[in-house]
Design a protein. Sequence first.
Length: 211
Amino acid sequence: MGQNLEIMIYRFLLTSIVATMILVSCGGNDEANTDTKEGVRSEASANKLGFINSDVESNDGDALSEMPQYSKAPAGTAERIDRAFENAPPMIPHMTEGFFPITKDNNICLTCHMPDKSEAVGSVAIPQSHFTDYRPNLIKSGEKYVVDAEEGEVVAKKLNKLSPARYNCSQCHVPQANVTVDIKNTFESVFRNKDSKNSSNLNENIDEGVK
Ligand code: HEC
Ligand code: HEC
C-alpha cells in the first residue's frame, strides 16, 4: 500500500511538471509585444534583451542613439542634483575627467571633500557617517566567530579617520549623464522634510526602523 501511494505521488508530481513545461513553452511569443502601458514595451524574442531595441548577437545595435554626455562643468561651477530619496548617496554633478581610477595612494575627491577642506573649496563635506564604523566586532565563541552585538543593536564606532569602507567614493557616488530612454520613470521621491532633498542626516537616524 505504502509503495502504491509513493508511485501515485510520483506520477502526480511528474504530470504537474510536464503540464507546467507545456504551459511555459506555449507562453513564449517570438513577436515583440508593444505598448502594454504608456512608454513601456515588452520584447519576448530570444535574441532581444529587455527594453533595449537591438539584437544581442550583433555589435552594431541601436541601444543608444548617441553616446551619453557627462557633465562638463568643472567642480565649483556645477549645479547640485536633488537626492533621489532620503539619505540616498548624492550624485556627482561636476566633471570627473581625470579623477578615476581612485587608487590606494590617489584619491583626488578627498582634496576637496574632506571636512577641513570643503568650506574653502565650496564643496559639500564628507558626512560623519563616513567617519563611523558600523561593523560590529567578531568574537570567538567556541569554534565559531560571532557578532559582538545584540539583536537589533546598531553598532556605530566613531573613527578619527575616513572609514576604509568609504574610500572608493565612486562605488556609491556616480556622475550623471544626459540620456533619453524609452522607459518612463514613474518613481516619485518623498521627503519627510525639505532639507533632505539636498542634505543628509543618516548619522542621526541610522537605527531608525531597526529597533
Ligand atoms: C576640485 C575640487 C573637487 C574635486 C576634486 C571633487 N569635487 Fe565633488 N564637489 C566639489 C564642489 C565645489 C561641489 C559642489 C558643486 C559645485 O560647485 O560644482 C561638489 C559636489 C559633489 C557632490 C554633490 C554633493 C551634494 O550634496 O549634492 C558629490 C557627490 C561629489 N562632489 C563627489 C565627488 C567625488 C566622488 C569626487 C572624486 C571622484 C569629487 N567629488 C571630486 C568639488 C570637488
Ligand atoms: C558605501 C557607499 C558610500 C561610499 C563608498 C561613499 N559614500 Fe558618500 N554617501 C553615501 C550615502 C548613502 C550618503 C547619504 C547618507 C549619509 O550621509 O551617509 C552619502 C553622502 C555623502 C555626501 C553628502 C553629505 C551631506 O551632508 O549631505 C558627500 C559630500 C559624500 N557622501 C562624499 C563622499 C566621498 C568624497 C566619498 C569617498 C571618499 C564617499 N562619499 C564614499 C554613501 C557612500
